[in-house]
Design a protein around this ligand. Sequence first.
Ligand code: 6PG
Length: 631
Amino acid sequence: MNFKKDTVVFVMGVTGVGKSTIGKLIAEKLKIPFFDGDDFHPKENVEKMLKGIPLIDTDRQGWLVSLNQLAKDQLKTTSCVIACSALKKKYRDRLNFEILPQVKWVHLTGSFECISKRMAQRTDHFMPIELLNSQFAILENPIEAIEVDINLTPNEIIEKVMKELFKKSEFGLFGLGVMGKSLCRNLAKNGFQISMFNRHVVGVEENVAANFKNEFKELTTSHAFDSIELFVQSIAQPRKIMLMVNAGKTIDFVIEDLLPFLSEGDIIIDGGNSNFKNTIERTDFLKTKKIHFIGAGISGGEEGALNGPSIMPSGDKEVYQSVAPYLEKIAAKGEKNMPCCIYIGPKGSGHFVKMVHNGIEYAEMQLLAEVYDILKVQGNNPSESAEILSTWKATANSYLLEITIDILRKKENEDWLVHKIMDKAGNKGTGNWATIETAQLGVPSSLISTALFARFTSFYKNDRVELQQIYGKRPSQKLDITTNDLFEAFQFARIINHYQGFKLIFEASKVYNWELNLSDIASIWTNGSIIKSKLMGDLVVVLKESDSILMNEKLSIKIKELKPAINKVVSECVLNELAAPCFSESVNFFNACTTANSSANVIQAQRDYFGAHTYQRVDDETGQFYHTIWK
Ligand code: 6PG
């Protein structure tokens, strides 16, 4: 910051905090002029104040305009310090008018008792002590000010102000929703100097950043803003700004808002669940503006974001190096204490990988819901089911298993809360995209789509209620399976789910030339992530040996062991008319993908019959295509 000519420091606070004294000291230190705002009050205002009559807003209007003009005039040649109470936001807005980027606020604060004691000792001031009350009453705390306690010595105060005036944040976070807030706290706890922004929407989102900053001790040295311009300016260049706003059009609007204030080489990180195709477009667009873009999938929900999420960043590798120290520090730590954050690959790949992560998550959640349903049919109440599930933790623990146990145990009065929850499952889009993408790439990751369609089916609650009346409630009796059968079937289906998810990443990596490392991806999902599990830990090793989980020798032995159980569970579900879509799909898919000679010859013949689409012959190794006149 150049204090020779481009900054106005306003020193504000209620009467008696020592604005003039401190203002003068700051000006001396910076070798710039000082002005006492009180000297610019018109005569009428001074008289009113002397009589102990509080000023009203119209009295202040002209005074604020003249101080703003003073600041503007000074800025033509020099920086300056102006002491001025500026207690309300609208007064400060008037003082900032047309010079906002050049203004710095210093807010001197102290308790009523402390200030009134000081005032009682003063003889040189025209403000009677009675006015202090009214000043405290109208004070609206500024969010973008350097706040200094007047109990510090003048030297300490100046030292703090100087430090803050010249300090820039090293990282910015835009959007203080649940995830944004947790990430801010995580960054601050890890010792990073951050700037935080949340928009100001009257009556809806007011003083979000300031209130949040005041709520947590670790945020004391962070900077809170509701002005995009000031937020951007508070960050050291090249700026690193993470967006934690809703995926979709909002990201584009935010980028549009940020762009006028950014400088060449700044980096925007999108930490939301954005569609990877949009991320590719945004990266290309921002490149034309000489701004870098890192698309980073983040998993772990509120708790993960606070204590260590799993992060999937992608974009230009060199650019990633500049944000790596922040992302890797705040990420969860996996095996050998390695951060659950690695450079995934070129633009868009991080959000693609996060999308598949969510697809796997959907299927894992659906499988647990099916387990719950089956255990219910077997006569277990939610607590009993939770007991059964907790015995599975020893061999098949996962975050989703743990939370399901907690959910099933939760009671509201005499009943379980889960009984009170409407059976309509929502979604925010990543499962849809994964399904669209797996179809577009021609990869049969069918558990993701099955889990997604199960959510869609659940949403037709009224239809289901009506149809049950027509077709009757089922099942009527317990399934002929043991709890161990169910456990083994569950493990089987999970392996298939993970096989399909990694297969989708593998195929996409080939098509898009991303050169993704499946084992590394599994490793950053071993902690922090919603799909962290013991199985994921095993897959880190498996995927080092082969890109296909099903080809792994150890796992193939396991799958063969588990197969009878899934056959039994799915058969019993079908016979008893209990919907278990992901269980069923896992075994059907497995049967299909392990069948050397399938029924697709008939499909190909049919295609050739009505559309002359041709076919290849098993007895012709050249791969030549044939057409037959079928009739
Ligand atoms: C995570 C989650 C998280 C979130 C998504 C998916 O990894 O932390 O995937 O990103 O749960 O919003 O949620 P939907 O179920 O709403 O699609």
